[in-house]
Design a protein around this ligand. Structure first.
Ligand code: NDP
Length: 333
């Protein structure tokens, strides 16, 4: 499968180009950048044959089967719509779009065509999260009562661009990190958060966008979820806890791009360390996408999954801004 990169981005450079090429028979053949100079330099640095500033160059080329969209968030909608119209399979970065309505437009377009639309939610590809989900679905925790998510990190300096000062590009910690936590909760529980209360802060790092948020969600079956996302916490570390009637999972350092972290299961029998597969998260995302393109099953996270994680983030934002308990609007999905 030949891939075109839409966006000369950091995430493609740090993770996705390698993840694509690690899958046998996959290569990156072209990259789109708005800057001819940066595009050429990016292509040379990563051994990509072609760079272009024209989306139609990539989409009209018969050598490209799929595109990976990792531009800033406001560009995901028009670029994905053009790619779907051109018959290219689309693996799009999170958040899938700027609004649930836009995400629904993308999902509908893909459903009306022969292409696969997927969202690059990496966490559900992690061995750690697959192992925790397995503990839940096999009943080791009993009835799940609550989840606590610790995702307050220090945004690395090289990522402190549009994320911290440009709401029009989709900046802010809610579109950046809450979507991942929403996807992880949905992946664990197989149900969609329903109601949300939240408070946000900005100013320590964010300008015109929030840089910290805490929220509490409830699910239709009565599970409560407490989350904390931030760009400004140098020493907090990440983690997730799932508490059930028969056991609790305490996982640390697992809300990350690397296959790392510790999982502890605590039950009436004592404490047990849970082992998991240390595979690369992004390689698995590409592999599942390729299998879906070949007609076998679904990608790890579908377009609808991306829409739903965005719907939760949208509700967190609305709850924080209004101070009102907010029902998540999944746009009919
Ligand atoms: P970047 O800021 O690195 O890239 C986004 C765009 O910014 C690029 O498409 C590029 O535009 C432009 N750009 C990049 N470097 C420069 C530069 N030096 N000077 C000027 N412009 C530049 O964003 P990220 O890679 O951090 O994020 C991209 C997308 O991926 C976002 O949607 C984000 O939410 C998502 N993401 C997902 C992650 C995951 O694990 N799933 C992790 C990180 C990000 P052009 O293409 O026009 O050259």
């Amino acid at each position: 499968m030949n891939w075109g990169l839409i966006g000369a981005s950091t995430i493609a450079s740090e993770h996705m180009i390698g993840a694509i090429r690690s899958n046998s028979g996959h290569d990156v053949v072209s990259v789109l950048s708005s800057s001819p100079t940066r595009g050429k330099e990016y292509a040379a640095k990563h051994g990509i044959a072609a760079s272009t500033t024209s989306l139609s160059d990539i989409l009209n080329g018969s050598d490209v089967d799929a595109v990976y969209i990792s531009t800033t968030n406001e560009k995901h909608l028009p670029q994905a719509m053009a790619a779907i119209a051109a018959g290219k399979h689309v693996l799009c970065e999170k958040p899938l779009a700027m609004t649930v309505a836009d995400a629904a437009t993308m999902v509908r377009a893909a459903q009306g065509s022969d292409v696969v639309l997927a969202t690059n939610h990496h966490l559900r590809n992690a061995g750690s999260h697959l192992a925790i989900r397995n503990l839940i679905t096999t009943g080791r925790l009993g009835e799940v009562l609550s989840i606590r998510i610790f995702h307050a990190v220090m945004l690395p300096e090289h990522l402190r661009g549009w994320r911290i000062d440009n709401p029009l590009a989709g900046g802010g910690v809610i579109p950046d990190i809450v979507v991942h936590d929403a996807d992880t909760v949905r992946f664990y529980l197989g149900e969609d958060p329903a109601d949300i209360v939240a408070q946000e802060l900005s100013g320590a790092m964010g300008v015109d966008v929030e840089d910290s948020v805490m929220s509490v969600w409830t699910t239709p079956s009565g599970i409560t979820v407490q989350t904390h996302e931030s760009f400004t916490h140098p020493f907090a570390g990440s983690g997730i806890e799932v508490h059930g009637s028969k056991g609790s999972v305490i996982a640390r350092n697992v809300m990350t791009q690397q296959p790392v972290g510790d999982i502890l299961l605590r039950t009436a029998s004592g404490e047990e360390s849970i082992e998991y597969s240390p595979h690369n998260l992004y390689e698995r995302s590409v592999s599942k996408f390729a299998t879906a393109v070949a007609g076998d099953g679904q990608p790890a996270a579908t377009g609808v999954d991306g829409l739903k994680s965005l719907a939760v983030a949208e509700a967190v934002k609305k709850a924080a801004v209004t101070g009102q308990r907010t029902t998540v609007d999944y746009g009919g999905y």
